[in-house]
Ligand binder design. Structure first.
Ligand code: DQA
Length: 138
């Protein structure tokens, strides 16, 4: 069975409550539960942290054994050389995901420091962005 992990960065624990006009009204937990019946033959783990170093630790922990990492680094996408370096240090392929289309938003969101180290980027499809990333790995 393939092993995939979704890693979410800061403030994504508030999905469903936070800026719902941009990120929607569904909590990540509700969405995550709906994935189980859809992808019966894939192990999909989930990790969220608001702390940059914890995200780096998780990438290192899973990065030599898992089949794929779906990473929404949230605001750290635009700032974190440490997360970019963690991605280039591991062997597991990483897909960068965003709920919103970061290229249609404020200028500071239009730069991703991690994109150069991932196999692909999916953004702008709401929570469906995660489905599309899983589909590309299985
Ligand atoms: C986000 C976009 C980021 O710019 C923002 O900081 C987030 C979420 C997205 O999923 O659209 O927290 O990664």
């Amino acid at each position: 069975m393939k092993k995939i992990i979704i890693i979410n960065g800061p403030n994504l624990n508030l999905l469903g409550l936070r800026e719902t006009e941009i990120y929607g009204k569904t909590s990540f937990n509700e969405y995550y539960v709906s994935l189980k019946p859809k992808y019966k033959n894939v192990q999909i783990d989930y990790f969220q942290s608001n702390i940059e170093g914890e995200i780096i630790n998780k990438i290192q922990d899973v990065g030599f054994t898992y089949d794929g990492i779906i990473l929404n680094a949230a605001a750290y996408t635009h700032t974190s050389i440490g997360i970019a370096d963690a991605i280039s240090s591991i062997t597991t392929p990483v897909i960068e995901v965003h709920i919103s289309n970061i290229y249609s938003r404020e200028k500071e969101r239009q730069t991703s420091l991690i994109s150069k180290n991932v196999i692909g980027i999916i953004c702008g499809f709401g929570l469906k962005s995660y489905d599309l990333a899983i589909d590309s790995l299985v």
